[in-house]
Design a protein around this ligand. Structure first.
Ligand SMILES: *Cc1c(COP(=O)(O)O)cnc(C)c1O
Length: 363
């Protein structure tokens, strides 16, 4: 257990909170962009463009919330070493906030993490603690480091759902609904999200209840993730027919986990769509063509789910809106989903899914 920050350091804590707030004050909100799908579907599709944050992904919101949570809980002081177990975008964004506060930051990650990611974390002044053993328990290693340094583990997979103010404070849900106010369907039928920590799904699911809105939350879950099964078990839906082997897990970065994490709250999710990895890649490509820019693979997972709902709404002749997230841009994935050789090594063939999408969006 890290020591709590003594009363002596309250001035520093106040200063640190001001610095984080000033950073937010300098930053603009992210756009809610429209996706030009055919009008004949009768459905308006919007994406919250989270790639526009200073650190390039929706993890910017999470990192800010986790750091403020630690500061206000009395766990982060002027000497605190911040630690996270993350090989991805979370560590990049947390390194940014640690640097803002002048605190050391270490990300615990496997040696196999791509050099681009390691460079990105180091760019923001973060340290990468690489673990060789592929079977090692990275979370336990992060805890050990926390104890050794008398530091503080930000712990995204536990704290994501509780560190964000779900009632407002311009969280992602409040921002989406404010930006929809002048649209033909300001209350979307669906908001489609993937779950990594589950924090974004939790914030949106709580917010729509709090505001007493009819909007439902659809979770899109990639191959090998435990979340779809966990939701079915919690909600009494479905069967285990679709279960995938764990060996295929983890190819759509940012979403899906091999084990259910504490911050995933299945009760606020209304529906789950399981998305084959090849369908995520197909939807990513189709979306790129529609937007004229490259998005990350988890945005493809989202867009596959959006497309299924658009098809259903069109068939039901219901005019409505559907919202999802553009989680990050494609430039982080040049050596994975944007590399054809990588796709073929993985046995991922998006072509049949691209054909399905072309048919749906044929107009
Ligand atoms: C973290 C992440 C997600 C999922 O968001 P959570 O709030 O953690 O569930 C989706 N896409 C990308 C690229 C991410 O980094």
């Amino acid at each position: 257990m890290p020591v709590s920050v003594g009363a002596m350091d309250r001035n520093w804590v106040h200063h640190a909170i001001s610095v984080v707030e000033a950073d937010a004050n300098r930053s603009a909100d992210t756009h809610l962009i429209t996706v030009p799908i055919p009008r004949s579907t009768g459905v308006d599709v919007y994406l919250k463009d989270e790639s526009a944050h200073p650190t390039g992904s929706l993890k910017h919101r999470l990192a800010r919330s986790l750091v403020l949570y630690g500061l206000c809980n009395g766990r982060i002081g002027p000497e605190t070493h911040l630690i996270e177990c993350s090989s991805g975008s979370t560590a990049v964004s947390e390194a940014y906030f640690a640097r803002l506060l002048g605190l050391p930051f270490t990300a615990v990650m496997p040696t196999t993490t791509s050099p681009e990611k390691i460079d990105r974390i180091r760019f923001y002044g973060g340290d990468c603690h690489l673990v060789d053993d592929p079977t090692a328990d990275l979370a336990a290693e992060a805890r050990r480091l926390e104890a050794d340094t008398n530091g503080f583990l930000l712990d995204q997979f536990t704290n994501a759902e509780r560190a964000t103010d779900w009632r407002g404070n311009n969280n992602i849900a409040e921002s989406i609904f404010a930006q929809l106010e002048r649209e033909p369907h300001p209350v979307p039928d669906w908001i489609v999200v993937g779950a990594g920590t589950g924090g974004t799904a939790a914030t949106i699911g709580r917010f729509v209840r709090w505001r007493r809105l009819a909007t439902r939350v659809c979770l899109v879950d990639p191959e090998g993730s435990a979340y779809a099964d966990a939701w079915e078990a919690a909600s009494g839906h479905g069967s285990a027919d679709h279960r995938d082997g764990p060996s295929r897990a983890g190819r759509i970065e940012g979403v899906g986990r091999p084990h259910v994490e504490a911050s995933f709250l299945p009760e606020v999710i209304d529906r789950v769509v399981r998305v084959p990895d090849a369908a995520s890649v197909a939807a990513m490509r189709v979306l790129n063509a529609m937007l004229g820019r490259r998005v990350g693979a988890s945005t493809g997972t989202n867009f596959w789910g959006v497309a299924q709902l658009v098809g259903e709404l069109r068939d039901a002749r219901r005019s409505a809106s559907v919202v999802s997230l553009l989680c990050d841009a494609g430039d982080r994935y040049a050596h994975t989903v944007y590399d054809d050789a990588w796709l073929s090594r993985q046995g991922i063939d998006p072509t049949p899914f691209e054909a399905q999408l072309s048919e749906l969006f044929a107009g």
